[in-house]
Design a protein around this ligand. Structure first.
Ligand code: DGY
Length: 341
């Protein structure tokens, strides 16, 4: 048995994983070409992956010895899950441990855009500051404004808690609501709890877009959420709207976003994720009212360690303890998988 790890692992977790099998490491920041990944996968039983690694149908089909993909991320749009299940390959991810870090970054982007912090920093550093001015770098008041949270999963909820603490009014739409009008939305127990705890109200995406001073995206990338936010959606937002995305770049039509920024349809944007990372649309790079970050939502030392630990633990659970990892994305194949070991 042999393991392939894409990216580095903390020393303590490398030692833990070595209990199972020798590890080959490949350090890369962008996706390996299919043929290189296929070659590296030969003879490997487990692979540790990150969001940029493309475990598509071709790659999975060409890795006959592969039995587990342990993804070090909560998002798993880079993995063809149905094909993995068909090929009896377990797939795990890292839910839960990165909610706070990611929501912190989303909220930091909201504040940075609203209060023009990056512009202010450059202004001071470049020597332009000549003294106090009443209307210098005026931003947007946060208190009392409305935030629309697209996707009320674990990270959306962590964001909502931060927004509530800053006295923002919260409206949200859930993934199941896409394409529904307000009168088609069925409020459930979770919505009632969110209303009580955070005064948050579930609405249709259209109502959310029309009524939010800030829109923050927190849904998974899937076939239904690809380019969910495009020209039409930006045109529904109020002109003072600030758009935040810490989920996945492909949820947004980046050209539509650039157009909305440059035609002042919206006021600004805070982005941690991009359509074709690490490429960034050149108009977004040029816009002073856009704050950019290099996909660092979960990048705190503690959270990245916790994510790696979940991935390593899932592999140990499955192969050493022969027990079902809690964070399997295809638990339905577990029994069959186990019987074939
Ligand atoms: C995730 O977990 O999906 C993030 O994008 C990477 O940490």
């Amino acid at each position: 048995m042999k393991i392939l790890c894409l990216g580095r692992l903390p020393q303590d977790l490398e030692e833990k994983l070595l209990e199972l099998a020798p590890i080959d490491f490949i350090d890369r920041t962008t996706a390996l070409p299919d043929h290189e990944l296929i070659e590296a996968l030969q003879g490997k039983t487990i692979i540790l992956t990150e969001p940029q690694d493309q475990l598509n149908e071709k790659v999975v089909a060409a890795a006959p010895e592969l039995k587990m993909i342990a993804q070090r991320a909560v998002g798993f749009d880079n993995i063809n899950l149905p094909v993995c299940s068909q090929n009896n390959i377990l797939v795990s991810n890292t839910p839960g441990v990165l909610d706070n870090a990611t929501a912190d970054l989303a909220f930091a982007l909201l504040l940075a855009c609203g209060r023009r912090i990056v512009e202010a920093d450059s202004y001071v550093r470049s020597g332009q500051w000549t003294g106090f001015e009443n209307d210098l770098l005026l931003g947007t008041e946060i208190f009392g404004k409305t935030i629309g949270i697209v996707g009320m999963g674990r990270i959306g909820y962590a964001m909502a808690k931060r927004c509530h603490a800053f006295s923002l009014k919260i409206i949200y739409s859930r993934s199941g609501d896409l394409g529904r009008d307000d009168n088609e939305i069925e409020i459930d127990e979770r919505d009632k709890k969110l209303a009580l705890e955070l005064n948050a109200q579930r609405v249709s995406l259209e109502t959310l877009l029309k009524n939010s001073n800030f829109v923050s995206v927190h849904c998974l990338l899937s076939a239904t959420t690809t380019e969910l936010i495009g020209h039409k959606e930006f045109s529904l937002m109020p002109h003072d709207c600030i758009f935040i995305n810490t989920a996945r770049g492909k949820i947004v039509d980046e050209q539509a976003l650039a157009d909305a920024i440059f035609t002042n349809k919206i006021k600004g944007a805070g982005l941690d994720v991009f359509y074709s990372e690490p490429a960034v649309h050149k108009l977004l790079l040029a816009a002073p009212n856009v704050v950019l970050a290099p996909h660092i939502g979960s990048a705190t030392a503690e959270t990245r360690h916790a994510m790696a630990n979940l991935a390593v633990s899932a592999a140990l659970e499955a192969f050493k303890n022969k027990s079902k990892p809690a964070n399997l994305l295809n638990p339905d194949i577990w029994q069959d998988w186990l019987e074939k070991q």
